[in-house]
Design a protein around this ligand. Structure first.
Ligand SMILES: [Zn+2]
Length: 343
């Protein structure tokens, strides 16, 4: 079966290769992939710029939905033919304190699809039963493939930042995760809701408006002044930093109001090089938000199925697996927000 394989750390070490169909353990299913979304982290790996360890060679793809082709002997809750979506924590130690306490997303030893074990940018992938969630009939595979990034945003915005109606919020970085964070912030009642991007983000900032941003700002201009002009001039209640660089934390600190909160969800392996005194002086709560857990998947799947989460403005291209490279490039250039591949 053809697979999009990341075979080395060197930049651009990704190619379409022939792989064999994997065997499954008793507690796993063999999933026939129907849709797999391209993630910003796939692009990081494409360029060898990720800050996590990759088990090369590995099949990319961790945002996926499909149909169960085969079930292992000890699989109880699922049957062949069922439509499902999968969480990302492919390998977990059931004795880890994080797994036992339900925060398995934070277990440093967990291995995920697409970097730790083979992912879903191919025809078949093996998945532990505990990762699976059944899909409502009215939720397409293409939209269901976006459950994972929606869960990342749901965790960052609705759980970690607990935005309340009327909170002012800024999202820095209108990539797929930033835009989904803006969507969750709108659903949480944030107002005003501002999205900040660079000129290359022009199209994505248009999408930000479609999904409910009340204002978009160009990062090259005086964003601090733009935010001060809103409300009482002290800054916003919540900043979601979804940019792929560390330096934007400085902007976040300048934009947040005293006593406010910053949630960092974007990865940026570069050092930053500025003082954190503003964090102290403003008494800011700064937190990271990573991945997601089971209850968030339940919420997001039902929100996708009911239409409460509308991913149409974000899901800009559906293409066959063979077009992986042009999809990666179109996302990178900001021409499209999100692509879904059909193996
Ligand atoms: Zn992802």
């Amino acid at each position: 079966m053809p697979a999009v394989v990341n075979f080395a750390r060197e930049p651009l070490s990704v190619e379409l290769r022939e792989e064999t169909i994997p065997g499954i353990n008793d507690d796993e299913v063999l999933l026939e992939v129907q849709a797999v979304a391209v993630c910003g982290s796939d692009l990081h790996q494409y360029h060898g710029k990720q800050s996590w360890k990759v088990n090369y060679p590995v099949v990319l793809g961790h945002e996926f939905a499909g149909r169960i082709a085969q079930v292992g002997k000890r699989v109880q809750a699922f049957r062949e033919g069922e439509r499902v979506v999968s969480e990302t924590a492919a390998v977990l130690d059931s004795n880890s304190p994080f797994v036992r306490s339900g925060s398995y997303n934070l277990d440093p030893n967990r291995l995920g699809f697409g970097y730790g074990v083979n992912g879903a940018m191919t025809k078949f992938v093996r998945v532990p039963e505990r990762c699976l969630h059944r899909l409502p009939d009215n939720l397409s595979f293409e939209k269901a493939a976006l459950t994972e990034p929606c869960c990342v945003a749901y965790n960052a915005v609705c759980v970690s930042s607990h935005i309340r109606p009327g909170d002012s919020a800024v999202v820095i970085g209108p990539g797929p995760i930033g835009l989904l964070c803006a969507l969750m912030a709108r659903l949480s009642g944030a107002n005003p809701l501002v999205v900040v991007g660079v000129p290359a983000d022009a199209k994505r900032l248009e999408v930000a408006k479609q999904i409910g941003a009340t204002l978009t700002l160009d990062a090259r201009e005086d964003v601090v002044a733009g935010i001060k002009a809103l409300g009482d001039g002290y800054g916003v209640d919540v900043v979601i930093d979804a940019a792929g660089v560390s330096a934007t934390l400085k902007l976040a600190l300048d934009l947040v109001r005293p006593g406010g909160r910053i949630t960092k969800v974007g990865w940026g392996p570069q050092p930053y090089g500025f003082s954190l005194d503003t964090l102290v002086a403003k008494g800011v709560t700064l937190q990271g938000s990573f991945s997601h857990t089971w209850p968030m998947w339940r919420k997001v799947i039902s929100m996708l199925a009911s239409g409460q989460i509308d991913v149409d403005p974000i899901l800009n291209r559906v293409a066959p697996l063979t077009e992986w490279q042009s999809c990666f490039e179109a996302m990178e250039s900001g021409e499209i927000v999100k692509a879904v591949l059909k193996p």
